[in-house]
Design a protein around this ligand. Structure first.
Ligand code: AMP
Length: 402
């Protein structure tokens, strides 16, 4: 099936066009500066032909039209006409308490997604615009929503409730939802295959470490806990996000610095993390380079991350009553050996042993990092969220046609 996978942001629309029979991406690209001047960057992957243009993109519908034109272009496109686009799959950041799995877009689904606006104000509006844009341009093409929160919906109540008055949950739906669920689901699924035993018997910790990072405990193929919370601000230190901090720090800084709630939110999301601690950069590559030059604050930033991952591994092993495998994925998990080695250092007592030389040399490709003596397997598994979105979309749309 030909599936267009869409990731709509406030001023961008990223896309990948999949042929699900081969699992290959045949074209991909990005529309940027929607609502401003507009620019498309498109690549046909079979021929390597590219197309870049600055075009007026007042809204997501116009951007979608431009994407469809690129996909159907005889020179750099990949299909003859729009009729060959069989389905659209959308990445959706927050499904609130309403969505446990991927769903077909219907008016009722849109109504429920509207209720998620408060939970992910920066993302839900743009997603809705992306869906509306596709509906306008391709009214007869079925659309599917794949939620970043859905895989985490299996958490037990004690893992997702916060110790605040119950009315706050009832009134505002405040609870742990988690994030990066599509990535955790993909790598956990691959890890279960690699373990070669029934999914129900597996205990896996998945570490999605990128500009945003989250760690999940996946027992029997289902998430029982995850480090991100109501929003993607919770959990470990990130590029610019603070992760979990003493909640009293929030009001303390607001009072001392005279910050409004919006300024405090901006501070915690954009000024903290690697950037805030190191004073250098939010990017792990810059942090690594600075460590190489002897910068102590850069080393501190990375050590905080390593230490926090180690603590999550310990607590999630206890929560699952054991551990079969640890997976590292996303930008840092796939590329930064210092983090993988640092996080696992000293965990020999848990039966975790990695091949240090191999760990130092490998980047971005499926690799078993643990030694044959290690009781717990450690793997680098490159994530592929778009493939999950394309597969879910295909499954839902095929079921419609039965
Ligand atoms: P992500 O959010 O998954 O794209 O990850 C971005 C993070 O991965 C940044 O902190 C990057 O510095 C880090 N990273 C380290 N090495 C690489 C690499 N070779 N390619 C991409 N990201 C990398």
């Amino acid at each position: 099936m030909n599936v267009l996978v869409v990731n709509a942001g406030s001023s961008s629309l990223k896309y990948q066009f999949f042929d699900t029979t081969t699992g290959n991406v045949v074209a991909k690209g990005n529309c940027e500066r929607i609502g401003l001047d507009g620019k498309i960057t498109h690549k046909q992957l079979l021929s390597g032909k590219t197309y870049t243009a600055e075009l007026a993109m007042p809204n997501h519908a116009v951007a979608t039209r431009i994407v469809v034109d690129a996909l159907t272009n005889p020179e750099y496109g990949c299909v003859k006409s729009m009729d060959e686009i069989e389905a659209v799959g959308h990445r959706v950041v927050h499904g609130g308490p309403y969505f446990f799995e991927s769903v077909l877009v219907t008016p009722e689904v849109i109504e429920k997604l509207e209720l998620c606006r408060d939970l992910a104000p920066l993302h839900t509006g743009p997603h809705l615009m992306g869906i509306a844009g596709c509906t306008e341009v391709m009214p007869n093409v079925p659309q599917v929503l794949v939620f970043d929160t859905a895989f985490h919906q299996t958490m037990p109540a004690e893992a997702y409730y916060y110790p605040i008055p119950y009315e706050m949950y009832e009134k505002y739906k405040i609870r742990r939802y988690g994030a990066h669920g599509t990535s955790h689901r993909y790598v956990a699924g691959e890890m279960i295959k690699l373990l070669g035993k029934p999914a129900e018997e597996t205990k896996i910790i998945t570490c999605h470490l990128g500009n945003g990072s989250s760690i999940s405990a996946v027992k029997g193929g289902k998430v029982i806990d995850t480090s991100m919370g109501l929003t993607p601000l919770d959990g470990v230190i990130m590029g610019t996000r603070c992760g979990a901090i003493d909640p009293a720090i929030v009001t303390f800084i607001m009072e001392k610095e005279g910050f409004t709630p919006a300024q405090m939110s901006d501070f915690m999301n954009k000024k903290c993390g690697f950037l805030g601690v190191s004073g250098i950069s939010s990017d792990c590559r810059d942090i690594e380079n600075a460590i190489g030059e002897g910068n102590e604050r850069a080393a501190l930033a990375l050590n905080i991350l390593n230490y926090q991952i180690k603590k999550f591994i310990g607590s999630y092993t206890a929560a699952m009553g054991g551990l079969d495998a640890i997976v590292f994925t996303a930008g840092i998990g796939e590329n930064t050996s210092l983090v993988r080695a640092g996080a696992l250092e000293g965990l020999g007592f848990m039966g975790i042993e990695i091949d240090k030389e191999l760990n130092n040399s490998v980047r971005g490709k499926l690799t078993k990092l643990s030694t044959d003596n290690s009781k717990v397997q450690v793997w680098l598994i490159p994530t592929n969220e778009e493939l999950v979105i394309a597969s879910d979309t295909e499954a839902i749309v095929k079921a419609l046609n039965k």
